[in-house]
Design a binder for this molecule. Structure first.
Ligand SMILES: [Zn+2]
Length: 99
């Protein structure tokens, strides 16, 4: 079993290296943009990383917020906030809290 996993990792690494070599400049730009978004999410003032209704990543510029228990949650719209408010216990896991 261990050998299979090892072989799999090596294969993945080779594939990744091959992909990196072929990367066009626009792909690099897209990857950098993705990094920027990831940094924003980590730096975000909200405790959730995902808007639980629409699944979009939470950044500092979310338009709507909600205090739920000890958490401050960010939402992209009042609709998403209302959806969460109706059933917070069911949706809190989907919000992917940082802590
Ligand atoms: Zn949303």
């Amino acid at each position: 079993m261990k050998n299979t996993i090892g072989l799999y990792s090596v294969t993945v690494m080779i594939l990744l290296a091959a992909c990196n070599n072929k990367k066009a400049s626009n792909e690099v730009a897209a990857a950098q943009q993705k990094d920027e978004v990831a940094k924003k999410i980590i730096a975000s003032k909200y405790d959730n990383t995902i808007d639980p209704r629409c699944g979009m990543e939470v950044t500092d510029d979310m338009t709507d917020t909600l205090q739920y228990e000890k958490y401050v949650l960010g939402f992209c719209s009042p609709d998403c906030k209302d959806y969460f408010k109706k059933n917070p216990k069911d949706h809190i896991a989907e919000a992917k809290l940082k802590k």
